[in-house]
Design a protein around this ligand. Structure first.
Ligand SMILES: [Ca+2]
Length: 167
């Protein structure tokens, strides 16, 4: 009887608290701690914010192939509203901003055309009708407009590369 009372008290306190937390949780609060620190510095310097326009707004992958997982975020520049992707590397190198006012590949400087993105695993062969195939040495990202354009974004020796896959 005593323990049943305790459970009912705990649950009546716990559930309202968790529902408030869930509603108040910012996208950046859902990142690993190392990524939160890097993101906050970059967001302030470059006037960027996370956009949750696409679900998910974050992917985890080893984009530089160092064995540690990195973070890719869907972002928007607060001033121009131009969208792009930020890659935060877990090791001590500068984050990469692709789009969001900075032209990259065929994606232009505004990735608002993207409505789907996903991770491609390292060691996969990425074919293109337009460009040479790429054997991924680290994880990459696919960006796509459904039924239309798609491309692979990957990093080679620290530099971002673009492989057009469809249009
Ligand atoms: Ca990595």
């Amino acid at each position: 009887m005593k323990s049943a009372t305790l459970i009912s008290i705990v649950s009546s306190i716990w559930f309202p608290v968790t529902s408030v937390l869930a509603q108040g949780l910012l996208p950046e609060d859902q990142l690993p701690f190392w990524a939160q620190e890097k993101w906050q510095a970059l967001a302030k310097n470059e006037e960027l914010q996370i956009t949750t326009r696409i679900n998910p707004f974050v992917w985890r992958g080893d984009f530089d192939g160092d064995g540690k997982s990195d973070i890719a975020l869907l972002v928007r520049r607060t001033t121009t509203k131009k969208e792009g992707i930020v890659v935060l590397f877990q090791r001590n190198v500068r984050p990469q901003v692709l789009g969001a006012g900075k032209p990259f590949g065929n994606g232009g400087d505004d990735f608002s055309w993207v409505d789907f993105w996903s991770v491609e695993d390292r060691n996969t062969l990425q074919r293109s009708a337009y460009e040479p195939s790429v054997h991924l040495q680290s994880d990459g990202l696919i960006v796509a407009k459904e039924g239309s354009a798609s491309a692979l974004i990957y990093f080679k020796k620290g530099s971002p590369k673009w492989q057009q896959q469809g249009d």
